[in-house]
Design a protein around this ligand. Sequence first.
Ligand code: HEM
Ligand code: HEM
Length: 193
Amino acid sequence: MIEKAVPVVRGVSDRTPADRTVEVWDLPLRLWHWALALCVVTAWFTPTVYDSLHRIAGYTVIGLLVFRLLWGFWGSRYSRFGMLGVRLRAAPSYLWNLRRGITGRYLGLNPAGTLMLVALLLSLAVSTITGALSVTVPFFGVWWIEDPHVYASDAVIILAVLHIVGVVLMGVLRRENLIRAMITGRKRVRHHP
Ligand code: HEM
Ligand code: HEM
């Protein structure tokens, strides 16, 4: 779906129209994102080798998931889940159109990014909940808890790699530095009339 109006309200910088930027990712969401990336990478490299670090990273991800759910309701415009359903339904046709390089104009997550958000949150939830259960007495050594932990964790890593490829690809197609935007929080308005 195309953004109908530029959010010309709070946070729009007063530079020349061509490089005017607007805050898209609020600070808590940016901190959340980079903390999540750090914890996921840490959890991935530490099982068996550094078990306690693995568990700390995993439990931190549980906390981050809870925060993201709350922020989906209380965060700023582009952190909220309001457009989630609409954008998810648009995802198949969006991905289909991408083959011809059609990206549409979005300030927040595009439909493919929204699909990735949901897929990552779900696989992270399965990975961390089964991980946490696998160290409790009733579920210790239980295969139907341990196997999903391994598979969901594999899914998290595969999705994260696809996510990074997607971010880089979209940045090239839209000639926009999306990675910098996830650091500064700001995107140029020019591409989103
Ligand atoms: C394990 C690692 C990572 C995970 C789990 C992850 C997860 C996510 C999630 C869930 C979002 C959606 C934000 C939201 O909640 O609305 C997101 C957005 C984003 N991520 Fe990551 N991320 C990871 C690594 C990275 C890395 C390494 C980069 C940079 C190369 C990156 C760049 C971005 C960007 C630019 C966006 C915003 C996309 C846009 O503007 O459309 N991420 N990430
Ligand atoms: C995003 C979070 C997590 C990721 C990506 C992750 C990933 C992994 C991976 C790849 C393995 C190795 C499986 C194998 O090949 O045998 C593993 C094992 C394991 N994980 Fe996790 N995990 C996460 C969270 C957690 C949590 C929250 C806990 C519990 C506190 C946990 C506890 C375990 C345990 C007990 C093992 C068995 C091996 C060992 O003792 O190190 N994990 N995890």
